[in-house]
Design a protein around this ligand. Structure first.
Ligand SMILES: *Cc1c(COP(=O)(O)O)cnc(C)c1O
Length: 422
């Protein structure tokens, strides 16, 4: 039996107060928790220096970016649009590196400004050379193995299109020589929720790529550090996985006389546990003696798609609306409000509904979905069924509660449409 989940950084009274003041659904983030994660990440073991980039796709709210910026954390952008967003909120071009599946349409403008470029394919490297001969560039390799918490978040190995296949080193060198490029960084990122053992092996390969390019000064090992959202899930300890990698860097320095700077790019690790989604039980239905008891929440895959996409589990905690604690525990299938059979928060990978043991809930009670800081607000089926974008609140360090994103007015959902049919 799985254990009953608990609130992470909120208190029950606070849940009731926030829900009454701002309504539900509501994303709530904690500045204190985010700063703590920044500090943990900045303490990553390293031999000759460390750079931390925040993979902003995890959650790009400007206030979250601002907290990271104040901590000296740089930006990993996954599209040219994320670059524009980070620039808009005050990151210098030099503090942003673009690692993009799609070659940016505004490439010359953005890279010309000083944004760092991580070439993710031979084509990207060739185009960089054509436009910026003699300039510094980073190269992303696919090291031939990957690891993610599910197959869908594994971005290394033969099944992955991310990065330049490791056997193409000679082709990379040919392009580098043709355009006199300075390879200042080699980069790997093998998945989200990676197995620490695989990650360590990949660190070794990445150092081998650094060996091939004497101009390399920074080695980036990407992100993907596992975060346990549920009580029975393990988190990666950064000190533990970082220690052997630090030794690898020291050995590299002894052998080659080069002191490499380590770069890491956490998304999940920095923000996943720093947010909670407050929801209200809208309805309860059941499917008879041999069926299930369902709780329907006033949110859905339009705020958190991870359960339907990956079968991901998030803690679900009942908070009674009038105070007190739930009188008993019950097995529920918890579903979202979208008109879509896959909008189920408790399901296996593949879609089969499963029950979750949680505090008994009545219509009107709150259910807090925990560990929704990463890839929820930013990666949802937003506006499906014309549900507006969910509001976001930040709990400030000084105890204040601030709205950081308004609930989207419904009219905004279709503002770009042009009615031409009379
Ligand atoms: C998404 C991404 C990350 C962050 O991954 P997490 O699993 O959220 O830590 C880091 N680097 C790159 C290149 C990415 O695409």
């Amino acid at each position: 039996m799985t254990s009953i989940e608990k609130l992470k950084f909120l208190k029950e009274d606070q849940v009731r107060t926030l829900a009454k003041e701002f309504g539900t659904p509501l994303f709530v983030y904690s500045e204190k928790e985010i700063e703590q994660k920044c500090d943990d990440t900045l303490a990553f073991p390293n031999a000759f220096g460390l750079q931390v980039r925040y993979a902003m796709k995890a959650n790009p709210n400007s206030n979250i970016l601002q907290i990271m910026k104040k901590k000296g954390i740089l930006i990993d952008a996954s599209s040219e649009h994320e670059v524009v967003r980070a620039l808009h909120f005050g990151f210098s071009p030099e503090s942003i590196m673009l690692t993009s599946q799609e070659f940016p349409k505004a490439f010359v403008e953005l890279i010309g400004k000083g944004v760092k470029f991580n070439a993710c394919s031979l084509r990207q490297l060739e185009l960089f050379g054509q436009h910026f001969p003699g300039k510094s560039v980073s190269i992303r390799f696919n090291p031939g193995l990957g690891s993610g918490h599910t197959k869908k978040t594994d971005v290394g190995g033969v099944t992955s299109s991310f990065g330049i296949w490791h056997e193409k080193l000679e082709e990379v060198k040919a392009i580098v020589n043709k355009y006199n490029l300075v390879v200042e960084k080699v980069h790997t990122h093998i998945g989200s929720g990676s197995d620490p053992e695989v990650w360590k092996a990949v660190a070794k390969y990445t150092l081998e790529y650094a060996e091939s390019f004497p101009s390399v000064t920074v080695v980036s090992l990407g992100g993907g550090y596992k975060v346990g959202r549920m009580e029975d899930e393990k988190s990666t300890n950064l000190q533990t996985i970082g220690a052997p990698v630090k030794i690898q860097f020291e050995e590299f320095a002894k052998k080659h006389g080069r002191k490499l700077i380590l770069e890491i790019e956490p998304g999940t690790y920095l923000i996943a546990l720093c947010g909670a989604l407050l929801t209200t039980v809208d309805d309860k239905v059941d499917t008879g003696k041999h069926g299930f008891q369902f709780l329907k929440l006033d949110t859905g895959m339009d705020s958190n798609t991870r359960p339907s996409l990956y079968g991901a589990r998030h803690p679900l905690i009942t908070v009674k609306k009038d105070g007190g604690i739930p009188s008993s525990h019950k097995e529920y299938v918890v579903v979202g409000h979208c008109c879509e059979s896959g909008d189920v928060f408790t399901q296996k990978e593949g879609g089969e509904p499963i029950t979750r043991l949680m505090g008994e809930a009545e219509i009107g009670d709150y259910v807090v979905m925990e560990a929704i800081g990463a890839y929820c607000s930013s990666m949802s089926t937003k506006n499906y069924n014309s549900f507006p974008e969910t509001a976001e609140v930040l709990l400030r360090k000084n105890g204040e509660t601030k709205l950081i994103r308004k609930k989207e007015p419904v009219m905004e959902i279709f503002r770009n449409e042009i009615l031409v049919v009379e």
